[in-house]
Design a binder for this molecule. Structure first.
Ligand SMILES: [Zn+2]
Length: 140
């Protein structure tokens, strides 16, 4: 169905839209590839990422919280909020995967945005991750 949308016009606006569509399709594909938390990590009951988002040029840091449940996609990525940032974001997949492997319940750290923005240090997060494990899960 995106083919129809792509062939609608040739002006600048439309090519920008189709680029956005491609980016959106890629994001969607990443989700599908990641699968659900319940399937990837059946022992996990919930994951909470709490973070302070800091953007260059903005004085105040912004608190954000992201929750994951067994029905969520196992894609632990947080978007960058900078307008000029493309392909940016914070990937906590490594952090969370290794936490689950070690059955850890809490950790904290910092990440910089991995996007291609004019300034490389335009945004960063200080995060805390809390994982709850299913009570009835028997450790292998
Ligand atoms: Zn960014």
């Amino acid at each position: 169905m995106s083919e129809g949308a792509l062939s609608l016009g040739r002006d600048m606006n439309n090519s920008m839209n189709s680029r956005k569509n491609v980016a959106r399709a890629e994001r969607l594909q990443r989700r599908v590839d990641a699968g659900f938390v319940a399937k990837q990590f059946p022992e996990v009951a919930s994951i909470v990422i709490s973070m302070m988002y800091n953007q260059k040029g903005i004085q105040k840091s912004l608190p954000r919280t992201v929750n994951f449940f067994p029905s969520s996609y196992a894609l632990f990525r947080v978007d960058c909020l900078s307008k000029d940032c493309s392909e940016g974001g914070f990937d906590l997949t490594q952090v969370i995967t290794s936490m689950i492997k070690n059955h850890r319940e809490a950790t904290k750290g910092e990440l910089s945005c991995e996007g291609n923005s004019p300034s490389s240090d335009h945004s960063a997060i200080a995060y805390e991750v809390a994982i709850q494990y299913a009570q009835n899960h028997v450790l292998a």
